[in-house]
Design a protein around this ligand. Structure first.
Ligand code: SAH
Length: 468
């Protein structure tokens, strides 16, 4: 993990006083999880940079049970991103190594401490899993930083695997060193999903202390609080309540729905993944060589299909130009090697019209799409898919409305997504699917996706239609 902080303040070497570290020598600190080194890659009057390099010992983490939890004896305990990605370890190192600066103290130059100076900070690698670059901006821009990021593909050799959740993050602003360190201290663990230590009541105190003067005004304070406290509900409530009371009491106005939606989205991540896995398995089972992804959206299933050599021809279709553009971007279509590139095409079209380009396919996926269609258009969709395109197998998924009461955050009677035109119970979906299958010469069997509730069923329902 590498954090560098630079300034062009005149003289720039004042930075040494501000962080209490002599530019002329390298210092080493032994922390419980590894070694921190502080050194200055450059230290001139015009420009000065201090670097905090944290080397984490992944094997030590396993021995001390601080590595990724719950994998038993898997390789992931030893081979993971913990040594490289800015995480709560880095926050602890900031507090240990730059403790006085974080507290806003300078023995030698107390006059300097309160003076905002031009600062820029680079975090060599941060992980922003959900939200990516957008999340980085939402966190740092309201604090007055100019945010600059570089994203990375998951694997340069296989661009079709898509983007990685890793970014290099550069922040610049005119701030005090204390402000910069405090923002980093709180927001680094917010970005990173893992927290290496137990979250107890004292974490609320730490958050409030380091958030003093900025967190209560931050438009994303709820998201920051939730993530910092790793979704521990009672702690979050406590922190938010207290945050507002030292702010200006705008709790009602700052409705929490947006933040809750995000939590919802995050919880759906694993549901999305499970859905993708279930659909992919069903498609593979058909033995199809040519597959359609209808309403492909931003192309997540397409990426997974590309990874399976079974599928020689993959076609994604969507009514949204924007979604197709994003899909093309995420799949790196333009940089794809020709052999790969010829396996996939993206079509613009609507599922409610007959489209000859969709004929002759072994299988089709229609994942979380039908609920976006106006009910009076369903009949047209049924014909377009089952009478005209006529894939050997069609895999259709849609939310199970019964399960909605389980999403604590979803107000009663609301759909999971603003654009949903309907959400069906299992009985409604079964009735529709059975009737459609009967009319168009298909048989249908049902599957479920996600953790199944004994009474309410699974969050997502799936119908697998096979032609006659
Ligand atoms: N299948 C994707 C996207 C689901 S969101 C996934 O699982 O991630 C629903 C998608 O259906 C959106 O991308 C939307 O643009 C698309 N869609 C909605 N109406 C459509 C129509 N009439 N024809 C084709 N696509 C449609």
């Amino acid at each position: 993990m590498l954090l560098t902080i630079s300034t062009t303040h005149d003289p720039a070497t004042d930075l040494g006083y501000l962080v209490h570290k002599n530019p002329a020598r390298m210092q080493e600190f032994n922390l419980s999880f590894g070694t921190a080194r502080v050194f200055y890659p450059e230290a001139t009057e015009a420009q000065c940079t201090v670097a905090l390099l944290l080397e984490i010992d992944p094997i030590g983490l396993v021995r001390n049970r601080r590595g990724p939890a719950g994998e038993g004896r898997s390789l992931e305990q030893y081979v993971n991103d913990r040594p490289y990605v800015a995480s709560s370890f880095l926050s602890v190192a900031i507090a240990d190594v730059f403790g006085s600066a974080l507290a806003g103290k300078s023995k030698d130059r107390p006059d300097l401490v309160a003076r905002p100076i031009p600062l820029s900070a680079t975090l060599a690698v941060v992980r922003a899993r959900s939200g990516g670059e957008d999340l980085l901006r939402r966190l740092f821009e309201p604090l007055g930083y100019v945010v600059d990021t570089d994203g990375y593909p998951l694997e340069e050799m296989f661009p079709e695997w898509g983007d990685s959740p890793y970014f290099t993050l550069r922040l610049s602003a005119i701030k005090t060193v204390k402000e910069l360190l405090t923002h980093l201290y709180v927001l680094i663990p917010v970005l990173d999903g893992d927290k290496h230590y137990w979250i107890g009541d004292d974490e609320v105190e730490k958050l409030l202390r380091h958030g003093e003067g900025w967190l209560s005004e931050h438009p994303e304070k709820e998201l920051i609080t939730r993530r910092y406290l790793k979704y521990r509900r009672t702690l979050i409530d406590d922190a938010l309540e207290r945050l507002v009371s030292d702010g200006d009491g705008r709790l009602e106005e700052l409705s929490s729905t947006e933040a809750l939606e995000e939590e919802e989205v995050e919880r759906k991540i694993s549901l999305n993944e499970q859905r993708l896995g279930a659909v992919l398995a069903a498609l593979k089972q058909t033995g199809a060589v040519k597959v359609l992804d209808l309403g492909c959206g931003e192309g997540r299933l397409l990426g997974a299909l590309l990874r399976e050599s079974q599928f020689a021809e993959i076609v994604g279709m969507d009514v949204s130009h924007r979604a197709l553009e994003i899909a093309a971007d995420k799949l790196y279509l333009e940089r794809m090697p020709p052999m790969q590139r010829q396996r996939i095409s993206l079509l613009h079209g609507s599922l409610i019209y007959r489209d000859r380009r969709l004929e002759g396919f072994g299988a089709a996926a229609v994942v979380e799409v039908i609920e976006h269609l106006d009910p009076p258009r369903l009949a047209a969709f049924e014909r377009a898919l089952f009478e005209f395109a006529k894939p050997g197998t069609a895999v259709i998924t849609t939310p199970n409305a019964e399960y909605n009461v389980k999403w604590e955050t979803l107000p009663a009677g609301k759909f999971r997504h603003g654009d949903h035109r309907f959400e069906w119970t299992r009985a409604q979906f079964t009735e529709w699917a059975t009737s459609v299958a009967g009319r168009f010469g298909y048989t249908v069997r049902f599957g479920s996706v996600g953790p199944e509730d004994g009474i309410l069923g699974p969050p997502t329902q799936m119908g697998i239609f096979t032609r006659g």
